[in-house]
Design a protein around this ligand. Structure first.
Ligand SMILES: [Zn+2]
Length: 498
């Protein structure tokens, strides 16, 4: 599979797509910078040729539940990428039949997605990881999934469909407008990072980012635990309601949802910035679940240190989510007060703890998947980028990803190399030890994915990052977070090979 080059015959000349194309910012088609970033951000066009479709349903129809536009067209009508971008999902998706999600950058460099739905499996011509160009023939119109006739369901999602964004009406944008800024205030303020060790593809893709964020709120609670709990609570159904009144994907009782967390806000808050908080909104519910689980864990930790409660912290926290913290305190551990504790709570805990490892990812965080057949360097960069924004934690992280909520410098580079290599290259834990691995490369000849070392002392370097090109690196910033920053003075490069 060719990941970057796009042959010209696949590219529909924009002159045949008469709907207005905003090409004023277009760079040379197919231009990709050395770190894999797209040039030409901002240009866009209609996903179907002018005259080939009619709008059969508008954004916000069906009582506000229709989050895209429906463009009716005969089955087999070519669908074109509306913008240059990276394919982040391609294949089956609930309700969509098969879908394609393309992430692109707007004029301000912010991520947004275009989403294409109801195609048939054999009518999709791109794969996750492909870079596509505006106007590229990516799929054919179908009537797969929840569809009453051939049409393209098209969505525009500032902030990204799989990264916590919200759909907006795509029509003004298609007509030449600009993309509204994404509305994710809590996340922009660092409310949960996209870290959180979670296996890819185990939860519905649009939920993954929220479990990862919720799993980074406190060191006691992992994304994989919250995902296993979500499966047990609701089967990931966002509209689930239980006979006793628990609601939504995390099965919150209304009183608990509104109760105040230690930070003085309700457990369930408007995590995704849509303007209100709701237990029926998966983003709000999952972040609320993480907030509540973290609060329970801290309470139980306190009781354990006072000798009031004993047992496994994770198991007791899960038990308290089901039976209430009071049941754990009264029992001095795993709830044993009433028959329901035996018939419901204990099996609930056992089921979640058994399922949790299946949601864990070793070495890879979320969406990154190593491609053993392509060059290692760019993949080290791509793997490292998965953790941008993850907090700096002294001694944190390693080949398996973040630990204690974050990374230090060498923990970060070890994680990036391990994930990029498909779990085959395990670097040692310190910069000094990592320096002994790999071949010497003059800094002038360094390529993206080389490791760059600094702060040399008598025994070697104490600092390390991942070179991204143009004098910059991905680096766990002391006291900050994983960021892309300029190299420090005196850094030297080494190359890791398979
Ligand atoms: Zn639709």
């Amino acid at each position: 599979m060719d990941r970057v080059q796009v042959t010209i015959k696949d590219v529909v000349p924009t002159s045949t797509v008469l709907a207005p194309a905003n090409v004023s910012m277009a760079a040379a088609p197919g231009t990709v910078n050395e770190a894999g970033g797209l040039i030409g951000a901002g240009r866009h066009q209609y996903p179907l040729a002018a005259g080939a479709f009619t709008v059969s349903d508008v954004f916000g129809a069906r009582g506000g539940t229709h989050l895209g536009v429906d463009l009716a067209a005969p089955a087999g009508t070519p669908i074109y990428a509306a913008a240059d971008g990276l394919v982040v999902a391609s294949g089956a998706a609930s309700g969509f039949g098969d879908w394609v999600v393309i992430d692109s950058l707007d004029e301000s460099g912010r991520r947004y997605s275009t989403v294409y739905g109801h195609m048939y499996e054999n009518g999709i011509f791109v794969h996750a990881g492909d870079i596509v160009l505006m106007g590229q023939h990516i799929a054919d119109v179908g009537s797969n999934g929840e569809s009453s006739g051939p049409h393209l369901h098209f969505e525009l999602v500032p902030g990204g469909r799989l990264t916590g964004g919200h759909q907006v009406d795509p029509m003004p944008w298609l007509a030449g407008g600009t993309i509204p800024a994404p509305t994710t205030p809590y996340c922009e303020n660092g409310f949960g990072t996209p870290g959180g060790n979670l296996a890819s593809g185990k939860v519905p893709p649009e939920l993954e980012i929220w479990y990862r964020r919720a799993g980074s709120l406190c060191p006691e609670i992992r994304a994989s635990l919250l995902a296993a709990q979500g499966q047990a609570e609701s089967g990931f159904r966002t509209d689930a309601v239980s006979p006793d009144g628990a609601q939504g994907i995390a099965q919150f009782m209304p009183g608990t949802a509104k109760a105040l967390a230690p930070d003085g806000q309700p457990y369930v808050i408007d995590a995704d910035g849509k303007g209100y908080a709701s237990v029926l909104d998966p983003a709000d519910a999952i972040i609320g679940q993480g907030r509540y689980m973290c609060a329970i864990a801290k309470t139980i930790e306190g009781w354990m240190s006072e000798g009031k409660v004993s047992g496994d912290l994770t198991a007791l926290t899960v038990a308290a989510y089901n039976a209430g913290e009071g049941a754990v305190l009264a029992s001095g551990g795993m709830p044993n007060q009433i028959s329901r504790h035996y018939t419901e709570t204990r099996p609930y805990v056992a089921r979640i703890l058994a399922a949790e490892p299946g949601f864990r990812s070793l070495g890879s965080e979320g969406r990154f998947q190593a491609d053993q057949s392509s060059d290692l360097g760019p993949q080290i960069v791509a793997a490292g980028q998965q953790w941008l924004g993850t907090p700096y934690v002294f001694g944190g992280g390693g080949p398996g990803g973040p630990s204690d909520g974050g990374f230090d410098q060498a923990g970060f580079t070890a994680a990036a190399v391990f994930a990029a290599s498909g779990s085959t290259i395990t670097l040692p834990r310190t910069a000094e030890q990592q320096w002994e691995r790999g071949e010497d490369v003059q800094l002038l000849n360094a390529k993206p994915g080389d490791l760059v070392f600094g702060s040399f002392g008598p025994r070697g370097p104490s600092d390390v990052g991942v070179y991204t090109g143009s004098g910059r690196m991905l680096h766990a910033e002391f006291g900050g977070k994983v960021s892309e920053v300029p190299l420090s003075n005196g850094m030297k490069a080494r190359r890791i090979s398979r």
